[in-house]
Design a protein around this ligand. Structure first.
Ligand SMILES: [Fe+2]
Length: 304
């Protein structure tokens, strides 16, 4: 009995099995395949449309842009929303809001204690210092907290992904001092856009959407016993601050800038002229288990 209609085929795809397999993977695959069968049937997807999509997915993966599409279609923010909702249900409140990691974190950045210059050489934007303290929910400093910081260059590129940049350019790790304090010097990065003429831009053109992200700086903050914080801060004044391609802007994460700050006290960061400063404290919440305090970023977590 090899002739089948859609329902019979779907039933066989979802039920065929020679070993227990992984029940969770089986359940998720069944749901996704069922939804796609339904989509193909109800929207009358042609064979050419289907194979165009398959070809696009292959090119998307080969271009290393899967992590761009997940952000651009809202999945990264969705996971944060669901994590926030789970916290709310569990009565877990406070702390610096989480924000999406994005696909461009690289582990192993050069580490410094208390203060660091993130950029090198002549500034490629307004000279910027961000400083503050890592605290817990009781307001106590978190000595030795590790703060990974990474941001785009003046052309919107990230080292290790953008041609012509040095390894770990615009990536540093700061170990907070005994009072939990940190400070970093860099330049204010601009916003950036998805790569043109890429699988990602093809989809966004077809959707009639722009692919711009407002200016932002990424952070990963880790300390023993405290929940790892992945977040990013937005630089105020950006055209796309409320229209982010990745839907990542959040209340409480748009920093305030003080312009024309006198350089006294900032000589150790090589600052000799008025600059832009922002004060920002990271507030960490208790970790309920080792996994929540994991020092690893997202891809390292799942491959560890
Ligand atoms: Fe980014």
């Amino acid at each position: 009995m090899s002739e089948m209609n859609l329902q019979a085929l779907l039933q066989r795809v979802n039920s065929t099995q020679i070993a227990p397999g992984n029940p969770r993977v089986r359940a998720l695959t069944e749901r996704i395949v069922t939804d796609l069968f339904k989509t193909i049937d109800e929207l009358d997807v042609s064979a050419d449309e289907f194979w165009t999509a398959v070809d696009w997915l292959g090119r998307l993966g080969a271009a290393g842009q899967l992590g761009l599409i997940t952000a651009g279609l809202g999945f990264d923010r969705l996971l944060d929303i669901r994590a926030d909702e789970a916290d709310q249900r569990a009565g877990r409140q406070g702390g610096t809001p989480r924000a999406i990691e994005g696909p461009l974190y690289v582990a192993g950045a050069p580490t410094a204690t208390y203060e660091v210059r993130v950029d090198e050489g002549a500034p490629k934007g307004e000279v910027f210092v961000m400083e503050g303290q890592v605290r817990d929910l009781q307001g106590q400093p978190v000595p030795g907290a590790l703060i990974d910081v990474w941001h785009a260059n003046e052309q919107g590129g990230y080292s290790h992904f953008f041609p012509g940049m040095q390894p770990y350019e615009l990536r540093r790790r700061i170990q907070a001092d005994a009072q939990g304090r940190y400070r970093l010097r860099s330049y204010l990065p601009p916003g950036y856009s998805i790569p043109p003429n890429s699988p990602t831009s093809e989809l966004f053109e077809a959707l009639g959407r722009h692919g711009h992200r407002p200016a932002h700086i990424h952070f990963l903050v880790v300390a023993p016993g405290l929940r790892t914080l992945t977040t990013q801060v937005n630089i105020p004044g950006d055209t796309y601050i409320d229209d982010d391609f990745a839907f990542a802007t959040r209340d409480g994460l748009v920093i305030e800038l003080e312009r024309g700050v006198a350089p006294a006290g900032y000589e150790s960061l090589g600052i000799e002229a008025p600059f832009v400063r922002s004060r920002f404290d990271f507030v960490l919440t208790p970790a309920l288990n080792d996994s929540e305090a994991s020092p690893l970023a997202r891809i390292a977590r799942i491959t560890a």
